[in-house]
Design a protein. Structure first.
Length: 163
């Protein structure tokens, strides 16, 4: 799992059999307790191998190359039947294994592992802890307009000393 991100609510997926490169957004429906990279624990539920069925916002990747119809293709109705390449060492409370950014999904129309994760869904989130751990001297060199030491003191409730 080193250097791999856990997949969360809002991850972007794509299918290799989509006629146009259309993506869809993952909705986590089976987990309501476990979050990743979410300071307030309200948006980024961890996706697991239990995310089966129609679990995408639009449930389509556009037209499907596996469903030809005359000189065109029928629309995709994305449905995931299983996941592969997940993190096996941890089982969450929903009895599912965590999905990783290189996990793959299988659709009944496509071949095994035809759906891949384009973006894992996590975003960097700055918190007070990060600010307090920042080196004020280094931060002042990067941005001389910001007095990082004074900013950290203000966050800690220490009054500013007049100059």
């Amino acid at each position: 799992m080193a250097n791999k991100h856990v997949v969360v609510q809002g991850a972007t997926l794509e299918c290799e059999f989509s006629v146009a490169p259309i993506t869809d957004i993952l909705k986590v429906l089976t987990n309501s307790k476990h979050y990743a990279n979410d300071h307030e624990a309200e948006n980024k539920l961890i996706a697991t191998t239990k995310e089966i069925g129609q679990i995408l916002e639009n449930n389509t990747f556009g037209k499907c190359k596996k469903q030809p119809s005359g000189n065109d293709y029928l629309p995709c109705t994305a449905q995931i039947i299983k996941w592969s390449n997940f993190y096996e060492k941890v089982t969450l409370s929903n009895k599912g294994k965590m999905l990783l950014e290189d996990s793959k999904a299988t659709c009944p129309m496509g071949a095994p592992d035809c759906i891949s994760i384009v973006k894992h869904g996590q975003k960097a989130e700055l918190t007070k802890i990060h600010v307090m751990k920042a080196n004020p001297i280094l931060m002042n060199q990067i941005n001389p307009l910001l007095d990082m030491g004074a900013f950290q003191n203000k966050l800690n409730g220490i009054p500013e000393v007049e100059k």
